[in-house]
Design a protein around this ligand. Structure first.
Ligand code: ATP
Ligand code: MG
Length: 568
């Protein structure tokens, strides 16, 4: 059930409560909640966070903020073979960057290993769990299919004493991996496959990033997750739709440990965020990184939070996006254009306008004195007066964009051509007289004359000309590298092909590196992640690879809001 969601909700529309807010408002009438809620964001530290996680972060922290509550950050570190401390650090950095803070409410599921173990023993003593000697394959096979009852394990009716003894010996490292597991004793013919005696513990002789070698049995996610929520007294556990079918199991576990009078965690599910032209699973993102299809987790083409940050997305733009996406109960795919719309909205307000020429061709103004240089005062951001103005040097030789000139233009070409005039933004009106070419016919210089009276603010500055160009003074400009990005995949739904791997749709032209760009001198030594609008070209930001010798900029997004136009 994939549908395209291409509309921005009306700005003025009175916001109705979403279904989660409705549930919470209803719950808060019950005094047990004490007028407050507690949510959590529970990442597994096995990769970097992506924009889907950002949605979940904004939702969990946002609901808590709205309802006078708090949010726990809990690392779901129950699978030691895939988890690394590097990921823990990156996750914290990304959440803070997005603008959310969990204070000292930082937890790890592994903090609860003792409690979870105790509860497992209780389940065994109460006859609700048993040690199974079958192999994982056998167990999985005997679950059968939803249409037929599963086959009970021959070890299902061991006595609690025997189970307790075996479980303790599992913990004491007496067995090899795969030799035994602990299973919940529920119902082998339930139509819900998750209820067919799910595995609670498996043996793993693996070092854990926090508990070291203390444990050689580890709880399964399905056993640990709901109990961890309850241990923390999470009031509302909000997760993605695929966990809806796990909910009866979480409830079953909780029934066996719940203490009267305590807040019982309520799990509710919303549709996970999908965006077109990208993939959103950590496994696949990891694969793209490991196989060098991209340059690391923070490659600006990645849908990771660190990638978006490096690309020039702002926290505000991502929060706006999360808000516009809303919460749905049905899976859908959001247009990448909505994300781009959101970053334009924010950058338009905050990014100073500057001059950069990506594919320069030289203009010589023949009637401008050789050694003269002027300073033109230009406004930094017409959307925000407080950003003031700056001085931009002008001289006899300047660069303009090669495609802003045509020797033999069609009628509707309003930029520079022989015999035509254009305005140089913030400077003069110039007229093209002739061109100089090299032996191969490439234009190397365009010769123009300027009209002194047309200087910005001067007597003839209001004269009508059709085109206005951006430019930089040749002797003042600095060299720069500019990286242009396109979509990482050329297919709208790279994940959606049954017989083809998503990697077959990687866009070979997703990165274009321009090394001969010329930018105005004020862009010297800008710090990584400084945002600009390169006039007429788009929004850009300084990359982390930037140096004093060679500034490097990433294009965040083009200026043209093709997405909004399409929907007008
Ligand atoms: P992935 O499928 O990308 O590996 P995951 O669900 O395994 O993601 P977790 O670290 O377990 O990753 O996710 C942490 C939280 O983020 C969970 O509550 C999960 O529901 C939520 N989340 C993950 N992906 C999305 C998404 N695309 N949209 C919304 N929420 C998401
Ligand atoms: Mg998960």
């Amino acid at each position: 059930m994939v549908e395209n969601k291409n509309t921005v909700p009306e700005e003025k529309e009175v916001k109705k409560l979403n279904f989660l807010e409705q549930i919470i408002e209803e719950d808060l009438k019950n005094p047990i909640y004490n007028n407050t809620i507690l949510t959590r964001f529970p990442p597994e530290p096995n990769g970097y966070l992506h924009i889907g996680h950002a949605k979940s972060i904004c939702l969990n922290f946002g609901l808590a903020q709205k309802y006078n509550g708090l949010t726990n950050l809990r690392f779901d570190d129950t699978n030691p073979s895939k988890e690394e401390t590097e990921y823990v650090e990156s996750i914290k950095e990304d959440i803070h960057w997005l603008g959310f803070d969990w204070g000292d409410r930082e937890f790890f599921a592994s903090d609860y290993f003792d409690q979870l173990y105790e509860w497992a023993e209780k389940l065994i003593r109460d006859g609700y769990a048993y040690v199974d000697d079958q192999s994982a394959e056998q167990i999985s096979k005997n679950r059968m299919t939803p249409q037929e009852p599963g086959i009970e394990s021959p070890f299902r009716n061991r006595t609690p004493e025997e189970n307790l003894d075996l479980f303790r010996r599992m913990k004491a490292s007496e067995f090899k991996e795969g030799e035994r597991v602990l299973r919940a004793k529920i119902n082998m013919s339930s139509p819900n496959m998750h209820m067919r005696d799910p595995i609670m513990y498996r043996i793993m002789h693996v070092h854990h990033h926090r508990t070291g070698d203390k444990w050689c049995i580890y709880p399964m996610y399905d056993y640990a997750h709901g109990q961890s929520d309850y241990i923390e007294r999470i009031s509302h556990s909000i997760c993605t739709l695929e966990f809806e079918v796990h909910r009866p199991l979480y409830d079953w576990f909780l029934d066996h440990v719940y203490e009267e009078g305590t807040v019982r965690t309520k799990q509710r599910e919303f549709a996970r965020l999908n965006i077109n032209y990208t993939v959103m699973s950590k496994r696949k993102l990891l694969e793209l990184v490991k196989d060098n299809h991209v340059n690391g987790w923070d490659d600006p083409r990645m849908p990771t939070i660190s990638g978006l940050r490096r690309r020039g997305y702002t926290p505000a733009s991502i929060r706006l996006f999360a808000e516009k996406v809303g919460v749905a109960k049905r899976d859908n795919i959001i247009d990448m254009g909505l994300l781009e719309y959101c970053v334009r909205e924010d950058l338009n307000k905050i990014a100073p306008r500057v001059m950069a020429v990506l594919d320069p061709v030289k203009i010589v103004i023949d009637n401008y004195p050789d050694d003269k240089a002027e300073e033109m005062e230009v406004i930094n951001n017409p959307e925000d007066e407080t950003q003031g103005s700056r001085m931009l040097p002008f001289s006899k030789e300047i660069y303009i964009e090669r495609n802003d000139f045509m020797e033999d233009p069609p009628k509707k070409f309003f930029r520079l051509a022989p015999g035509r005039e254009v305005r140089l933004k913030g400077a003069y009106i110039i007229m093209c007289n002739s061109v100089v070419k090299d032996d191969e016919g490439h234009i190397t210089e365009i010769h123009c004359t300027y009209d002194e009276d047309t200087r910005s603010g001067g007597p003839a500055s209001n004269r009508k000309v059709k085109g206005t160009l951006h430019w930089v003074s040749a002797k003042h400009a600095i060299d720069a590298e500019v990286r242009l990005y396109d979509r990482l995949f050329s297919d709208e739904n790279p994940d959606g092909h049954k017989d083809k791997d998503y990697k077959e749709f990687i866009n070979p032209d997703s990165l274009q590196v321009l090394t001969n760009c010329k930018v105005e001198p004020s862009l010297k030594d800008t710090k990584p992640l400084t945002h600009f609008q390169f006039q007429r070209l788009g929004y850009f930001c300084t990359d982390k690879d930037t140096t004093a010798e060679k500034p490097v900029f990433n294009r965040t997004v083009t200026l043209r809001d093709s997405w909004a136009k399409k929907n007008k």
